[in-house]
Design a protein around this ligand. Structure first.
Ligand SMILES: Nc1nc2c(c(=O)[nH]1)N[C@H]1C(S)=C(S)[C@@H](COP(=O)(O)O)O[C@H]1N2
Ligand SMILES: [Mo]
Length: 258
């Protein structure tokens, strides 16, 4: 029963998931109607079903160099226009710092060079957007678990929040700023990285420069771009709409697992 629920959602969200066929370019994998139904599916059951089938440390599939998409579709924000971001970008992110704050013993402020000096991981994975396309890309970045171990989470910390430099509307009051969040199992998962390289080159602006999250067992909207600040929190209730992410506040599941 649980297995069939799991399969139904998986099939609806990711028509091509089991095939793992080589994708030369971004492939259309699901039509909008199926995606809409998947987004409305029972999140709690999905999460339980996934736990039964996937062990907590299970890796997302990784691909060969030859399977990397020739074109990786940029989506959502592709060119943040806030004065602060534009100034950082125009200076080649020399003055950019990642803040690590909230429920940590040692708040950090790390330059790109310092982030590059941390333990890293490189992985070729498939990005699945709920809009119905997938692309395969190669990512290199700092292992989030190692970084959090340095900052040392306080015992009350339950979630890591990713605050981004962009907003998707023009409210101008911060209410449409992009943000995301993950639980600690995902934060310490070996494939969870703050990626600064994509396909062996520094991450470009359309894909989230200078760093973006890769949390590989999750859908595209969890892969926060333009990450400026990490915040360890005990609850998501007080942030923006209270559902743990920009799209979650607009109806998507918090646990965008695949
Ligand atoms: N900061 C930020 N992160 C974001 C988004 C965004 O609009 N802003 N869009 C999300 C969505 S829906 C997808 S599919 C991916 C797109 O990543 P890409 O531009 O590298 O393809 O980024 C995700 N992360
Ligand atoms: Mo997406």
């Amino acid at each position: 029963m649980i297995r069939s629920m799991f399969n139904r959602r998986r099939v609806a969200a990711l028509i091509a998931a089991s095939g793992a066929a080589a994708l030369g370019a971004c492939d259309q994998i699901a039509d909008d109607d199926k995606v809409a139904r998947a987004v409305g599916s029972a999140e709690v059951l999905t999460r339980k079903a996934q736990r039964l089938i996937l062990s907590p440390g299970q890796l997302a599939p990784e691909y060969k160099e030859s399977e990397i998409s020739r074109f990786f579709k940029p989506n959502g924000s592709t060119d943040p226009d806030s004065d602060a971001y534009v100034a950082l970008r125009d200076a080649g992110f020399r003055d950019w710092k990642l803040e690590v704050a909230g429920l940590v013993e040692h708040p950090l402020s790390l330059s790109l060079d310092q982030l590059r000096a941390l333990p890293s991981r490189t992985q070729i994975t498939r990005h699945d957007c709920v809009e119905g396309w997938s692309c395969i890309g190669k990512w290199k970045g700092a292992k989030l678990g190692d970084l959090l171990a340095r900052a040392k989470l306080k015992p009350q910390a339950k979630y890591i929040v990713f605050h981004c430099a962009d907003s998707l509307g023009d409210a101008g009051d911060g209410s449409d700023d992009y943000y995301e969040s993950i639980g600690l199992a995902d934060a310490f998962h070996p494939q969870t990285i703050l990626a600064y390289d994509m396909n062996d080159a520094p991450l470009e602006v359309p894909h989230g420069a200078p760093i973006r999250l890769r949390v590989e067992r999750h859908l595209g909207y969890k892969q926060a771009k333009y990450v400026m600040k990490l915040e360890a929190v005990a609850s998501l209730d007080h942030l923006h709409g209270g559902h743990g992410g920009y799209w979650e506040d607009r109806g998507y599941e918090w646990y965008g697992g695949i």
